[in-house]
Design a protein around this ligand. Structure first.
Ligand SMILES: *Cc1c(COP(=O)(O)O)cnc(C)c1O
Length: 398
C-alpha cells in the first residue's frame, strides 16, 4: 500500500490550487440582459416585473398565489404575520435550521419551540413535534433541510385535528418535489429565499406561496406597510387614495431583482438537475469511503440539493469534525457547517433554551460537514472534492 499523501494542512500540496466555494450563483448573459432591460424601463420597483415573477413562480411552485418579498427572512415574517398569532402562542420549528426560521416566531411575538430532527435526514421529526405540541401551539414550520421535502403527510396528521397550521420553510428546496408534487404546494404556506447561494438568485429576495386568496392579500398588504392598495394599481386607476389597514413593513422586492429572479427561474430545472448529478458523483464515491456518510433521502423525494451534507463517523478518524474541516479547507475545498443548533446561539441561551433537549440535532452538529454543490461546478470540480475527502479520510483513518 502507498502511504497516504501529505495533507496540505501539514505542508503538503493541496488538491486544488484555488478555493472551490460551497455555493455560488450562476449568472449568464441572458440574466444580465434581463436586468439591463429593467434598468432602462420606467419601473425600478413595484412595477410589471413583480407580477410577472409572481405568476411564473406560483406556476413552478404549484400554488395559486406567490407573494414576492425582499428576502427569505421577510418571507418567514410575512407568513407568520398573516396568521394573526398572539403573544403566548407557540410555533414549533426544528432545532437544526438557520436562525431565521425561529427568529420569525419572535418577530410576531410568539415563542419558538424547538423540535428534534431525524438523525439520518436532519428533517424535523414528526414524533418530536408531537411531543412538543401544547394547547398554545398554533403552527409548525418544517424546514426542507438540504433540499428534500419534510414529511408533510405525517405533520398534517399530527396537526390537523388540533387546528395547528403546517407551514414550510422551503428555502433549501425550490425545484424539489414529493410524490410528484412540487415544493411550494406541500404545506399551507411555503417560504423561499433568492439569496445567491439558493436555487434562484435575485441578489436578495424571497417569496411565500399559498392557495388561499385571503392569506395572499394579507401578505401583499404586509409587505407594503399594511396598505391595501398597491402603487401600480393606484396609478392605473388614477386615484390618490390609499388606506393603511394594519401594521406592515416595507418588504417590497424591486423590479430589478425580480428581473434577475425571473430570468434565473427559467433555468431552475436544468440547474437542479446539475445539482443532482453532482450529488450522484459524491454518493457513488462516498459509498466506498469509510466514515463519510451522506444524509439519507426519503423514498418519493426529488431532492433539490441546496447543500450536500455528510455525517462523519467520528469513530473512524483520529480527528474531530473541526480537524476534518481544517484539513479540507487547506486542500482548497470550501467546506461549511449547516447548522449550529439554533437554541445553542447565545441569544437563545439567554432566553433560557438550554442544551441537551435535542439529542439528534445536537449529536449531528458534531459530525456534519457541507461540501460544495452548485450548478456551475464541473465534473472535475466534483472529482477534486472526492479526491480531497478521500485524502483527508485516509490520512486520519484510525
Ligand atoms: C436562506 C434561508 C433563510 C433566509 O433567507 P434570506 O433570504 O437569507 O433572508 C431562511 N431559512 C432557511 C432554511 C434558509 O436556508
Amino acid at each position: 500500500m502507498t502511504p497516504p499523501a501529505r495533507l496540505a494542512v501539514d505542508g503538503g500540496r493541496p488538491v486544488r490550487e484555488k478555493l472551490l466555494p460551497y455555493g455560488r450563483q450562476t449568472v449568464d448573459e441572458s440574466d444580465i440582459a434581463s436586468v439591463v432591460e429593467t434598468l432602462r424601463s420606467d419601473w425600478l420597483t413595484t412595477g410589471p416585473k413583480v407580477q410577472e415573477f409572481e405568476a411564473a413562480f406560483s406556476q413552478v411552485a404549484g400554488a395559486a398565489h406567490a407573494v414576492a418579498v425582499s428576502n427569505g427572512t421577510a418571507a418567514l415574517h410575512t407568513m407568520l404575520a398573516a396568521l394573526g398569532l398572539r403573544t403566548g402562542d407557540e410555533v414549533i420549528v426544528p432545532a437544526m435550521t438557520f436562525a431565521a426560521t425561529a427568529n420569525a416566531a419572535l418577530y410576531v411575538g410568539t415563542s419558538p419551540v424547538f423540535a428534534d430532527v431525524d438523525p439520518d435526514t436532519l428533517l424535523i421529526s414528526p414524533a418530536s413535534v408531537s411531543e412538543k405540541m401544547s394547547v398554545r401551539t398554533k403552527a409548525v414550520i418544517a424546514v426542507d433541510f438540504a433540499g428534500q421535502p419534510a414529511d408533510y403527510t405525517a405533520l398534517s396528521g399530527i396537526a390537523a385535528s388540533r387546528g395547528v397550521r403546517v407551514l414550510a420553510d422551503a428555502c433549501h428546496a425550490l425545484g424539489g418535489s414529493w410524490d410528484g408534487r412540487p415544493v411550494g404546494s406541500l404545506a399551507e404556506m411555503s417560504t423561499f429565499s433568492f439569496h445567491p447561494v439558493k436555487h434562484v438568485a435575485a441578489g436578495e429576495g424571497g417569496a411565500i406561496t399559498c392557495d388561499d386568496e385571503a392569506l395572499a392579500a394579507r401578505m401583499r398588504a404586509f409587505r407594503n406597510h399594511g396598505i391595501t392598495t398597491e402603487h401600480g394599481r393606484r396609478t392605473a386607476s388614477g386615484t390618490w387614495f390609499y388606506e393603511m389597514d394594519s401594521l406592515g413593513f416595507n418588504y417590497r422586492l424591486p423590479d430589478i431583482n425580480c428581473a434577475l429572479a425571473l430570468s434565473q427561474l427559467g433555468k431552475l430545472k436544468q440547474n437542479v438537475e446539475r445539482r443532482q448529478q453532482i450529488a450522484l458523483i459524491y454518493d457513488r464515491a462516498f459509498a466506498s469511503i469509510e466514515g463519510v456518510r451522506p444524509l439519507a433521502t426519503r423514498p418519493g423525494a426529488a431532492h433539490a440539493y441546496h447543500i450536500y451534507v455528510v455525517k462523519l463517523g467520528l469513530e473512524c478518524f483520529r480527528v474531530d469534525r473541526a480537524g476534518f474541516f481544517r484539513a479540507l479547507k487547506a486542500e482548497n475545498i470550501g467546506v461549511n457547517v449547516h447548522y449550529i443548533p439554533v437554541p445553542w446561539h447565545p441569544y437563545y441561551q439567554r432566553l433560557g433554551y438550554g442544551r441537551g433537549s435535542w439529542p439528534a440535532a445536537e449529536a449531528a452538529y458534531e459530525r456534519i460537514l457541507t461540501l460544495p454543490i452548485w450548478p456551475g461546478m464541473t465534473d472535475g470540480d466534483a472529482d477534486s472534492v472526492v479526491e480531497a475527502v478521500s485524502k483527508v479520510a485516509a490520512a486520519y483513518a484510525r
